[in-house]
Design a protein around this ligand. Structure first.
Ligand code: GDP
Length: 197
């Protein structure tokens, strides 16, 4: 189980250790109800993964699998354990410190979740002050056009202020969800490659 693994529990050396092909620890952050579980299910059940059937380590909270991004394999460990409502200080610090990259989700139908994403971004900056930690601000549920409370331009502006990428997705329509995962892997590679070459 992931919680007994040293590499996940260790907080100092854990972040930033991944080699060029991973495994990369990608953490889903966001208020309750924004679509984190839906993202995890899409990731876990992907038909277009190289290892088509399954995650190697599938549980309620974590899933590790190899995906192909731009023709090259990458191993991604998705952590979906964040619970902004019930998670205590320990879990908050734990996930803020152990991720290699973060998908910061809100729902475009819920302004409170958008504000929550900003708070999480600020907390994350405190735990991960390095500017190169890949973060994508994800406005989910973009299929619910008539219930929209946060405009695309607001989302984009927020991402610009927070110095991170931005994407709108619909887990329900499976729209742009894989783009978000691919985007995170591309950023993780970019972070490393310039030093290599
Ligand atoms: P979590 O609490 O962040 O894990 O959120 P969930 O993944 O459990 O999603 C909360 C609710 O929103 C569920 O009923 C999902 O079916 C629904 N949901 C998630 N993503 C979308 C989406 O993109 N569009 C729509 N219409 N509903 C969504």
């Amino acid at each position: 189980s992931w919680s007994s693994s040293d590499s996940v529990v260790s907080t100092d050396s854990a972040a930033g250790d991944a080699g060029p092909g991973g495994p990369y620890r990608v953490v889903l952050l966001g208020a309750g109800g924004v679509g984190k579980t839906a993202f995890s299910s899409i990731f876990a059940g992907a038909a277009d993964s190289m290892d088509s059937d399954e995650c190697e380590l599938c549980g309620d909270e974590v899933c590790e699998k190899e995906i192909e991004v731009d023709g090259e394999p990458a191993v991604v460990t998705l952590l979906d354990t964040w619970d902004a409502e019930t998670g205590g200080e320990w879990s908050q610090e734990h996930y803020m410190q152990t991720g290699d990259a973060y998908l910061l989700l809100y729902s475009i139908t819920d302004r409170t979740s958008f504000l929550r994403a900003s708070e999480l971004r600020i907390t994350l900056r405190r735990f991960r002050p390095a500017r190169h930690t890949p973060i994508i601000l994800v406005g989910n549920k973009c299929d619910l056009v008539r219930r929209r409370e946060v405009s695309t331009s607001e989302g984009r502006a927020c991402a610009a202020v927070f110095d991170c990428k931005f994407i709108e997705t619909s887990a329900a329509m499976q729209h742009n969800v894989w783009e978000a995962f691919y985007g995170i892997v591309r950023q993780l590679r970019l972070r490393r490659d310039p030093k290599e070459s």
